[in-house]
Ligand binder design. Structure first.
Ligand code: ADP
Ligand code: MG
Length: 228
């Protein structure tokens, strides 16, 4: 692979539980090509969220090298990591974390304002993304007026508003009924083509994991390639 957008070399992560050391990731090697979608399948507790949090610099690691978009996450100071999280990464979680007192459009535009972009431009970006996720007619609706699947589509639009190079999705359909889950999965699978972003999605659901152009399994601290 020429110049991967994400690469991990000998990545090791442990957590302490009292006197015990929990080995979560053991010498993990991983590479991902720009513009692709990769899924990581693993049972609950296998370390999927931890792996994703490391790629998004929300979690530190013990040893190894992790490079994302040219950033060396192990050696960067906290101040630069803040910029990395804001400019490079979009996060989508199992729960949507939308703000209840703001409309769908406002929820999407807010991170753009926060990044210092003028109001008109932020609203314009938010409108385009509402359109992309198929919710143009729901701009003025509050989260409580949307279905679970619609809320998650707004959360995906919000994750995209600062034009992230990579989107990290942690069980993004975990709270949804089967039909909404299918719609959200389809939307995520289209993101690389629609927006040029690279996606890493972790899940315990084999059906969802099948949407990856590359796919891995995480078990017992080891990341094994299922499909490349
Ligand atoms: N901050 C923490 N301190 C101690 N143990 C943790 C911490 N976060 C996660 N763990 C443990 O690490 C393991 C992997 O967790 P996680 O990455 O959330 O797994 P998954 O997302 O695959 O369910 C679990 O056994 C969990 O209890
Ligand atoms: Mg998890």
């Amino acid at each position: 692979m020429s110049d991967p957008i994400i690469s991990c070399k000998s990545l090791t992560k442990t957590f302490r539980s009292g006197a015990e050391k929990l080995k979560i990731l053991e010498s993990v090697d991983f590479q991902l090509e720009k513009g692709s979608i990769c899924t990581v399948l693993g049972p609950s507790g296998s370390g999927k969220s931890t792996f994703l949090a490391i790629l998004g610099s929300l979690e530190r690691f013990d040893s190894g090298v992790v490079r994302v978009c040219g950033y060396d996450l192990g050696t960067m100071p906290e101040k630069s990591l803040h910029v990395f999280r804001k400019d490079i990464v979009g996060f989508v979680f199992q729960f949507h974390f939308l703000l209840n007192d703001f409309t769908a459009l406002e929820n999407i535009a807010l991170p753009r304002y926060a990044a210092g972009i003028p109001r008109a431009e932020a609203w314009d970006s938010a409108r385009k993304l509402l359109n992309l996720v198929g919710l143009s007619d729901r701009a003025a609706h509050y989260p409580s007026q949307l279905s679970g699947g619609e809320r998650q589509r707004v959360a995906i639009a919000r994750a995209l508003v600062n034009k992230p190079s990579i989107v990290l999705a942690d069980e993004p359909t975990g709270n949804l009924d089967a039909a909404s889950a299918k719609e959200v999965a389809k939307l995520i699978s289209e993101l690389p083509t629609a927006t040029g972003t690279t996606v890493v999605l972790v899940t315990h659901d084999a059906e969802l994991a099948a949407l990856g152009s590359t796919s891995y399994s995480l078990k017992g601290g080891a990341l094994e390639c299922l499909r490349s």
